[in-house]
Design a protein around this ligand. Sequence first.
Ligand code: CU
Length: 64
Amino acid sequence: MNQAFQVQGMSCGHCVRSVTEAVRSLDPQAEVQVDLPSGKVQVQSQQDRAAIARAIEEEGYKVT
Ligand SMILES: [Cu+2]
């Protein structure tokens, strides 16, 4: 299932990696695509949307 998140606070490649790894720690099979300029994060995963959002927020970013 493809899920789109709008994430605030990502500013560099390190942030992209943090967000990607946060989602993958929840679902190792997840496909994660981050568009840094727009803050849009696309996740291909069966995981619960709220759980994914929480994992991203635990890294210090804001899901809007
Ligand atoms: Cu960064």
